[in-house]
Every structure is written in structure tokens, then in C-alpha cells.
Design a protein around this ligand. Structure first.
Ligand SMILES: Cc1cc2nc3c(=O)[nH]c(=O)nc-3n(C[C@H](O)[C@H](O)[C@H](O)COP(=O)(O)O)c2cc1C
Length: 491
């Protein structure tokens, strides 16, 4: 029996890409009857790199065995699996970047990668599992949702954009109907109609299963967006995660123009404060995110009418997360001495959204270490579609080699300070590409309150903590009793 309260879970372990919130972390959280969320971002590239590392524990291959169309998984294993793993200095095989019309091979890979991650997270318990996507990354979205639904995902969470089409898409996918998603194309004319399409019928060759429709939570940073999504989405938004500017990952830009502090970080002000009374009136459950991942914060959020909290940073450095052990160890050691600092970089991310970067030596945030990196765009998840003169769609990323970007009509000022999030974030979880000049550097994102993660250590001498330790601290002394929000809209 799935244990789900009328308001849903009290704690959502936030989706953290790329593969930071992996199936191991989501499973550990879901086992405790809270919502474990895997990241769906770039999960196809993650799957093929895990296979090239030899899938040492066999988990991926076990999950592949469960996929209902074995001829598809055979193709993937044949192409990417290396028994025993590739040599450490050998580069990973390149993958094709997904564009407007993905090949059937790409669609299979995306569906299967999402299926595998959700299935593994759901194994061995009856708790709830969600998957997180960024709205800005559009091309894999439809097959991703389908793969996650084939594995029985309970929640879909989406932020970094305006996900107004997703709830209706979930409705239609559950009924096996074809779906379309409007593609955002820079320079599109009013008469253009660029769309992404996916057909369950074509994918399954007519063996379309009925699938349960997962709940949809929109991640928002303003009352305006929340109200708009509640009123104007295609389909039903089941609830909201309200994320403030101290949260790890991408942040919404400040409202009402950009001013910066001495560190060059965007300044947030009163206009960015969210009026929770508006959300209470919307009558849908909401969770608060951004520096809520510590003891005593859950009751404080519920006092304000929230169903609970969404927490990222505290889980990002726990034993089960995907971040490389050596990075976690350094971060925890520095947090103990209160020596970590996080910068909200307004330009690092090609999405154009501010992005939090932990200032750690040997990572992309370290200017000296990152100077030697040559721009290369070979994963391409953050590429932006643009309209070419002939009306077809081209693709460019402000983090790619500058000449290539300018040739495609991009502007030079858009390239300043841009980092390659795709390659950097893959390196953070031990899946970085090997280049002729050496390995790609990791890039660590986390929230402003990262120094406080030391409170999850069981003793001053401890060097690591688990997802259970985080949940025990968040839920308080009586981790089994359930708090009730002051007023409780139900899911
Ligand atoms: C390492 C890391 C990666 C993140 N990646 C994503 C992401 O891919 N998508 C997303 O919606 N939020 C992402 N977030 C935000 C979290 O889901 C969560 O909302 C946020 O971390 C909450 O604030 P906190 O960091 O103060 O706990 C990320 C956060 C961290 C720490």
C-alpha cells in the first residue's frame, strides 16, 4: 500500500541534476514515506556513461530487464555496455544531441533512461517517487515523461520556466494519446508553429498500456507565476513548490531589474518575497524551498500553511547522493569549519537564470583551474532553438565555442562568463568526459546555507552522514508522528 497523506508528503527531497538526486537517494527517502525525487535532467547521457563504466553492481541491467520492450534495451546494451568498464583515461562514447525531430534510437534511449531511474528508485518499498525536469530543456521532455510513467512515477516536478503544458500532457499520456509540446524558438514569427511530438502508439507499436497519471507540482518563485499556472495551465496543477533565492541550483532572476552586490550577485528585495496568503487561497498544497533543510524548519513552514518543505542542499552531500565521494568529503570538512562560500552567478548558466556555485578549488568556480578549459558543446541539453532565415530550426548554446555561436546569430555579450553546465555537472557525479587536455572539471551547486550541513553529522569526528540522518533532523524528535498544516488543502 502506498502511504500518502491527503496533503502528500511532508518532506520532498528536491530533484538535483545531473544525477545528484539519483535513484539511491530517492529510494532512501521514499523508504521513509517522504517523497524521493530523481533528476531526469540529462539522464540518457548518465545511463550510457554508467553502462560504459561497466554497471558494476548490475542494477542498471536488472532495471533494463524489466523494460517491457526487450529489443530496445538489447540495442542500448549492445551499443554502450562495456563489461568490466572502460579504462579510466578512455573517453566516453559521444551521444547525439537531441533536436526537434529525435531519431527513434534517441527516443528509445530517453524513454528507457527515465524508466530505469524511476524503477530503481521505486524498488523495495511502497513509498512515493517523483522525477524532476527543467522546463527550459524541452527536446527530451515528452519521451522522458513517458519513460517515467512506464515505471509508475508518482509525481512530476518541473521548474526553471513556465510548465503550463505539462499537466495536460500527463493526462493524455496516461490515456495513451499522442502529445505535442510547443517548442520555444528565438526569432519565431507569429505564423510559425514549432512543436515537439510523441506518440505512445508509435513507440509501443500499438501495444499502448494504460498508465497512472502522476501528480504534477510546479516549482515557482512568485505569486504571479503560481496564480497564472493555477488558472491557465492546460490540465490540473496539483500543487506548488515555492522556491526562494537562497536555494541550490538555478534561481529565478530578481523581479524589477538587475542590481548587483560587490560580489556581482543579483540583489533580491522585497518584491521577490512571496505572499503565501495568495497560495493559501489557491487551495492547493504547497511546499517551501530554499534554506528550509534544517531542524525546526518543517513546523515553521507548516505554521504558514505549507504542506511541508522541499530540501536540496542537505541531501546533496549525504552518503546516498550522486556527488563524488572526494567532493563530499572536502565539502563536509570545510562545512565543519564554516569555511564554505556560495556565489549566485548571474551569467554562468546558458539558461540565463542565476545559478549558485560553490566556491571550491579545483572546480569550474575556481578561475585558475577553469582557465585551461576549451569551450566545447557535445552534450547540448541547454542549447536554445533559433529560427534560421529559411524557417528551419537551428541550435546554439552561449557556452559553446564563441565563433560557432556568433556564426549562428548569437551575440557576443551573451557568451561572457558562460560555463558548460552539462559537462561540469556530469563531472561532479563522476561521469566527466576525458579530453586531450585532461578530465572535465566538476561544478558544484548548492544553497546558501551549506555550512549548516555539519549539523547532520552524528559526532564532531564523523566525516559523512546519511539521508536517514537528514530526515531524522528534519522530522524532529518524534520522526514517526505527523504534523498537520494550519489549514490543509488536499491533493
Ligand atoms: C546540487 C543541487 C542541484 C539542483 N538541481 C536542481 C534541478 O535540476 N532542478 C530543480 O528543479 N531544482 C534543483 N535544485 C534545487 C532543489 O531541488 C531544491 O529546491 C533546493 O535545493 C532547496 O533549497 P536548499 O538547497 O536550500 O535546500 C538543485 C539543488 C542542489 C543543491
Amino acid at each position: 500500500m502506498v502511504s500518502e497523506h491527503m496533503n502528500g508528503p511532508q518532506i520532498i527531497q528536491g530533484g538535483m541534476g545531473v544525477a545528484v538526486s539519483n535513484w539511491k537517494l530517492a529510494r532512501a527517502v521514499a523508504r521513509r514515506n517522504q517523497l524521493g525525487v530523481v533528476s531526469g535532467t540529462a539522464i540518457d547521457a548518465v545511463l550510457v556513461r554508467r553502462l560504459q563504466n561497466g554497471d558494476p553492481d548490475g542494477d542498471i541491467r536488472h532495471a533494463l530487464d524489466e523494460f517491457p520492450f526487450p529489443e530496445m534495451t538489447e540495442r542500448i546494451l549492445h551499443r554502450y555496455f562495456i563489461p568490466g568498464g572502460k579504462q579510466p583515461e578512455q573517453p566516453y562514447a559521444p551521444t547525439m544531441m537531441i533536436s526537434q525531430q529525435p531519431t527513434s534510437e534517441q527516443i528509445e534511449l530517453v524513454v528507457i533512461a527515465n524508466f530505469v531511474e524511476v524503477l530503481l528508485a521505486k524498488t523495495g518499498h511502497d513509498g512515493l517517487v517523483g522525477i524532476n525536469y527543467l522546463e527550459k530543456i524541452q527536446t527530451p521532455t515528452l519521451p522522458s515523461l513517458y519513460g517515467a510513467m512506464l515505471a509508475g512515477v508518482d509525481y512530476v516536478l518541473m521548474g526553471a520556466g513556465i510548465p503550463r503544458w505539462i499537466p495536460g500532457i500527463l493526462d493524455r499520456l496516461s490515456e495513451g494519446q499522442p502529445v505535442t509540446l510547443p517548442l520555444a524558438v528565438v526569432g519565431a514569427l507569429a505564423t510559425d508553429n514549432y512543436c515537439l511530438r510523441f506518440s505512445p502508439h508509435d513507440f509501443t507499436c500499438g501495444e499502448v498500456p494504460w498508465l497512472r497519471r502522476p501528480k504534477f507540482l510546479a516549482i515557482v518563485a512568485s505569486t504571479t507565476l503560481g496564480t497564472m499556472l493555477a488558472a491557465k495551465s492546460d490540465g490540473h496543477v496539483d500543487g506548488f513548490v515555492i522556491e526562494g533565492p537562497t536555494a541550490g541550483g538555478h534561481n529565478s532572476p530578481p523581479r524589477g531589474g538587475s542590481s548587483f552586490n560587490e560580489q556581482g550577485e543579483p540583489i533580491y528585495g522585497l518584491r521577490d518575497a512571496v505572499d503565501l496568503s495568495v497560495f493559501r487561497k489557491l487551495g492547493r498544497p504547497f511546499w517551501l524551498a530554499g534554506s528550509y533543510g534544517f531542524a525546526e524548519q518543517l513546523p515553521a513552514a507548516m505554521q504558514q500553511g505549507a504542506a511541508g518543505i522541499q530540501v536540496g542542499t542537505a541531501f546533496a552531500f549525504c552518503q546516498e547522493s550522486g556527488i563524488e565521494d572526494s567532493i563530499k568529503q572536502r565539502v563536509i570538512a570545510l562545512a565543519k569549519r564554516n569555511m564554505l562560500s556560495v556565489r549566485t552567478d548571474p551569467v554562468a548558466s546558458p539558461t540565463g537564470f542565476p545559478f549558485k556555485l560553490l566556491q571550491l578549488n579545483g572546480t569550474i568556480a575556481d578561475d585558475r583551474a577553469s582557465e585551461s578549459r576549451c569551450r566545447v558543446c557535445d552534450l547540448g541539453y541547454l542549447r536554445q532553438a533559433f529560427r534560421k532565415a529559411d524557417g528551419t530550426v537551428g541550435w546554439r548554446c552561449s557556452g559553446e565555442p564563441i565563433n560557432a555561436y556568433l556564426k549562428k546569430g548569437g551575440e557576443i555579450h551573451e557568451t561572457a562568463g558562460r560555463k558548460c553546465l552539462c559537462n561540469g555537472l556530469m563531472a561532479t557525479v563522476g561521469l566527466g568526459q576525458q579530453r586531450r587536455r585532461g578530465a572535465e572539471l566538476p561544478m558544484v551547486t548548492c544553497g546558501n546555507e551549506v555550512n549548516r550541513i555539519s549539523q547532520f553529522l552524528k559526532s564532531p569526528a564523523a566525516g559523512s552522514y546519511s539521508a536517514d540522518d537528514v530526515l531524522d533532523a528534519l522530522l524532529g524528535a518524534d520522526a514517526n508522528s505527523r504534523l498537520e498544516p494550519v489549514s490543509s488543502p488536499s491533493l
